[in-house]
Design a protein around this ligand. Structure first.
Ligand code: PEP
Ligand code: MG
Length: 564
């Protein structure tokens, strides 16, 4: 049995499909037979055309015609006489490999488009880089596993799960996910939970342990996986799978019910999302709004920054999908475990303590202002609130408010519509923010506690490091006291206090959070009904008595003993 981190609950039974990572290094090489090289180039272009058409046809069904047509456009871009002839001419004149010529011509073209100050033309740069990568893979014989085409009952095994991999996943065919890296709050875990796929993460060397086609069973709740299990184990997992599905069906009874305790205390039960499309899932799962939209996903898996217009459309679409219900949009939180290669940020020794989130945004005002402009404009279409991540001092909040005020002034002069009372709140996720919560509460419109980071920073533990994972616990008295203090400080100033870290969905912690007076619980869409059930089973007076006992505990073990 292999033990990892419980990333996404559920039981998975299936066969391994291994996703290997390939590096694309174009070697500097000359050729003698340029005719043969041109023939190789032509074959690659033909394969590119066939593959692209096939992919686009499939996308017509799965993602829609608009995205499929963008892909079809790649064929015309590559076969544009200027481009194709330039590549062939370079092979002949320089006697270089087709790979080198493709790399040079398409990169130069992308670079040229990226310099043009027109949003639509800049998007072409992304398209050309995409074409380049796919052409190079064809020429080098690098076969990517097409995740969208894996058979039902597949257990994906990869070093890590990137957002672009997840874009191709058809959840009906994926029985489970195993990875070598990532913790419960890593983005791979969050994505797996959003798709309701059981996942066990951070299993040492799992990519070397399994082979394609191996049988696997996994338990995403306990974080265990067994490769090539015996019959008895398979039978046990089949039984566990059945029980899990039955419990899920039972939770359906909570759909459409109010989110309130037994004794009638109402709370808001909202969702965390990463992509605008996830808002639909939030509505389907009966979420009462969005408590955290992690906007950095709009910046990932592409080659250039999203434009103001693209961002505006994304924020507007979420606001409209939620039909006037609250939508808290967190401004970009990049750095740490969220890398954006095209920004060319320097490698840091301590990325989690470095140039991240609001620190990055206040230095790169060009990027931040574009986001704030899009957000303010989108606020005309619903109840958008702006949330600032990783705040450690009041000045950061003040600077964001000043930037928003300037944008509003400009919009007033131009007659652009927006919500003049847009709320600007703070994500409470650092010990510094907790210590000055009384100060922040006087100037923030709301708080949302990010327990994923708050736990890590309070306990001085790296979120994804399995060796110190034992310390990464929200049940630790240090973390519980921090949460209690933040809620108390927020309540004292009469502002809404929510929680968007994973702890908000933890049935063991929910009674404590209710006792402290938390107003809003923001959880993944798939956890809404379970969280509502837990809340409905609670009585606030009983929770307060429990909280008193818990807060008198001096160790995590004592806390857990009571909460069990
Ligand atoms: C958190 O830190 O609790 C949080 C919700 O944000 P993220 O996981 O994106 O850092
Ligand atoms: Mg965080």
């Amino acid at each position: 049995m292999y033990k990892g981190i419980a990333g996404s609950e559920g039981i998975g039974i299936g066969k391994v499909v291994l996703i290997e990572e390939h590096e694309i290094n174009v070697e500097t090489k000359t050729v003698t037979d340029t005719d043969a090289e041109i023939a190789r180039l032509q074959n690659a272009i033909e394969k590119f055309v066939t593959d692209t058409n096939n992919m686009a046809d499939r996308m017509d069904e799965t993602v829609g015609k608009k995205d499929a047509d963008i892909l079809r456009g790649h064929i015309q871009m590559l076969q544009d006489p200027m481009i194709e002839e330039q590549i062939s001419a370079l092979v002949i004149s320089e006697k270089i490999t087709a790979e080198m010529a493709v790399d040079q011509v398409l990169e130069q073209t992308a670079e040229m488009f990226s310099q043009i100050p027109d949003e639509l033309l800049q998007q072409r740069a992304t398209d050309f880089r995409d074409i380049k990568t796919r052409m190079l893979k064809i020429l080098m014989g690098i076969e990517d596993v097409d995740i969208s085409q894996v058979p039902p009952g597949t257990v994906l095994v990869a070093r890590d799960l990137t957002p672009s991999m997840t874009a191709g996943i058809n959840p009906d065919n994926i029985a489970g996910i195993l990875t070598e890296v990532g913790g419960r709050t890593s983005h791979s875990a969050i994505l797996a939970r959003a798709m309701e796929i059981p996942a066990v993460l951070s299993i040492d060397n799992i990519c070397s342990i399994v082979k394609n086609g191996d049988a696997v069973v996994l338990d995403g709740t306990s974080g265990e996986a067994i490769v090539n299990p015996d019959e008895e184990t398979v039978a046990k997992f089949e039984e566990m799978y059945k029980t899990f599905q039955e419990e899920k069906a039972m939770l359906k009874a909570y759909a459409g019910q109010p989110s309130e305790t037994k004794d009638g205390t109402k709370v808001e039960l909202v969702c965390n999302i990463g992509k605008p499309e996830d808002a639909k899932k939030a509505v389907e799962c009966d979420g009462e709004g969005i408590g955290l939209f992690r906007t950095e996903f709009l910046f990932m898996d592409r080659d250039s920054l999203p434009t103001e217009e693209e961002q505006f459309e994304a924020y507007k679409s979420v606001a409209e999908t939620m039909k006037g219900k609250p939508v808290i949009i967190r401004t970009i939180d990049i750095g740490g475990d969220k890398e954006i290669p095209y920004l060319g940020l320097e490698k840091e020794d301590n990325p989690f303590l470095g140039f991240r989130a609001i620190r990055f945004c206040l230095k790169r005002r060009d990027i931040y202002e574009t986001q704030l402009r899009a957000l303010v404009r989108a606020s005309a279409f619903g109840k958008i609130k702006i949330m600032v991540p990783l705040v450690t001092c009041i000045d950061e909040l003040r600077q964001v408010k000043a930037m928003v005020a300037d944008i509003m002034k400009e919009y007033d002069a131009q007659g652009v519509e927006y919500n003049k009372n847009i709320e600007i709140g703070v994500m409470m996720e650092t010990p510094a923010a907790c210590v000055i919560a009384d100060i922040l509460a006087k100037e923030a419109a709301f708080f949302s506690i990010g327990t994923n980071d708050l736990t890590g920073y309070t306990m001085a533990v790296d979120r994804g490091n399995a060796k110190v994972a034992y310390l990464y616990s929200t049940y630790n008295p240090a973390v519980l006291r921090s949460i209690k203090r933040i809620i108390e400080c927020g309540k004292k100033e009469g502002i809404m206090v929510g929680m968007c870290g994973e702890a908000a969905a933890d049935p063991k912690l929910i009674p404590l959070l209710l006792a402290f007076g938390l107003d809003e619980f923001s959880v993944s869409a798939t956890s809404v009904l379970k969280t509502r059930k837990t809340i409905s089973d609670c009585d606030v007076e009983e929770c307060k008595a429990l909280a008193e006992k818990v807060m008198a505990c001096v160790t995590e073990e004592e806390v857990l003993e009571i909460l069990k």
